[in-house]
Design a protein around this ligand. Structure first.
Ligand SMILES: Nc1ncnc2c1ncn2[C@@H]1O[C@H](COP(=O)(O)OP(=O)(O)OP(=O)(O)O)[C@@H](O)[C@H]1O
Ligand SMILES: [Mg+2]
Length: 274
């Protein structure tokens, strides 16, 4: 317990507003007769423009935490707060691990989907969708359907859809895990650049320690179930970043070793509850 992080945050964005606050969040799930504690007093804060990456053993509650933040799941106790957006719409957009594009919609319709929900229609929606389709490198594919696209292209559609609604906060759950290494690296760079350019606040879940170091300003390592915050590790690399150059920095290896050590300890220990 003494190694649990106490919830206070990094210093490099002092003066910026807190955009996300999670305090003592507890979540249980019922499996038949058994009750599983998925999250146990999880606390953190995130300031505007910061990129937080969450890593931890499989089943430690990462997706559950994101779903709670997105309002898709209810927590049992604790506080979850996200700064309301200026226009009254949800302040976040989510990108899932599974391809979450609608197969019956074209690329343009998929990207405009979130805009429609926010009642942006007609020419304004067309222009905004078109802008983001170009931005993620899908110009020329506006009328294509998802089955005509590669996995990487479908993830680009999801990313364009999330950015198109101009959310303050991006919630990303292993968005690149189904991609090959080359496509992964390309999309990591694109997302890193876009988030920096658009000053997005990001919570990004991944299994990849490499991805965590490459993208994050901070890496939050979770314990095995029930998921708690084990450690918050600041990443010293400035942004904007070259995701390939960062890997050649000697500090990269040290960070990798540190984070791997923390996760390996948890994996070896296994869940604390049945
Ligand atoms: N809807 C649900 N009903 C019952 N149990 C659930 C539900 N969602 C998650 N759980 C349980 O909560 C725990 C945490 O699950 P979660 O999907 O959040 O883990 P995760 O860290 O995202 O795992 P992974 O890295 O494999 O994606 C698991 O034990 C899982 O079985
Ligand atoms: Mg998950």
């Amino acid at each position: 317990m003494q190694e649990m992080w106490n919830g206070s945050l990094g210093t490099s964005t002092v003066g910026r507003d807190v955009v996300v606050r999670v305090r003592d969040v507890v979540k249980h799930f019922r499996h038949g007769q058994r009750v599983i504690r998925a999250l146990d007093r999880v606390s953190f804060e995130l300031r505007e423009g910061r990129f937080l990456v969450i890593v931890g053993p499989s089943g430690c509650g990462k997706t559950t935490l994101l779903r709670i933040l997105a309002g898709l799941e209810q927590h049992d106790s604790g506080e979850v707060w996200m700064r309301p957006s200026r226009d009254g719409h949800p302040p976040f957009a989510m990108v899932f691990q599974e391809q979450s594009v609608f197969p019956w919609m074209t690329v343009r319709e998929n990207v405009a989907y979130g805009l429609r929900l926010r009642r942006v229609r007609g020419r304004a929606a067309e222009e905004r969708a078109g802008h983001w389709i170009r931005k993620v490198g899908l110009a020329g594919f506006e009328r294509a359907y998802p089955h005509q696209l590669s996995g990487g292209m479908k993830q680009r559609v999801s990313i364009a859809r999330a950015f198109a609604v101009d959310p303050d906060v991006l919630l990303m759950d292993e968005p690149f895990s189904a991609l090959d290494e080359q496509m992964r690296t390309i999309l990591q760079q694109e997302v890193s650049t876009l988030c920096e350019e658009q000053q997005k606040t990001v919570i990004f879940v991944t299994h990849s320690i490499d991805e965590a170091i490459t993208l994050g300003d901070e890496v939050l390592v979770m314990t095995h179930r029930p998921g708690q915050v084990k450690r918050l590790i600041p990443i010293p690399f400035a942004r904007p970043r070259d995701v390939v150059e960062v890997r050649a920095d000697p500090r990269y290896g040290e960070l990798y070793e540190e984070i791997w050590g923390l996760i390996a300890e948890e994996v070896r220990r296994g869940p604390r509850e049945a």
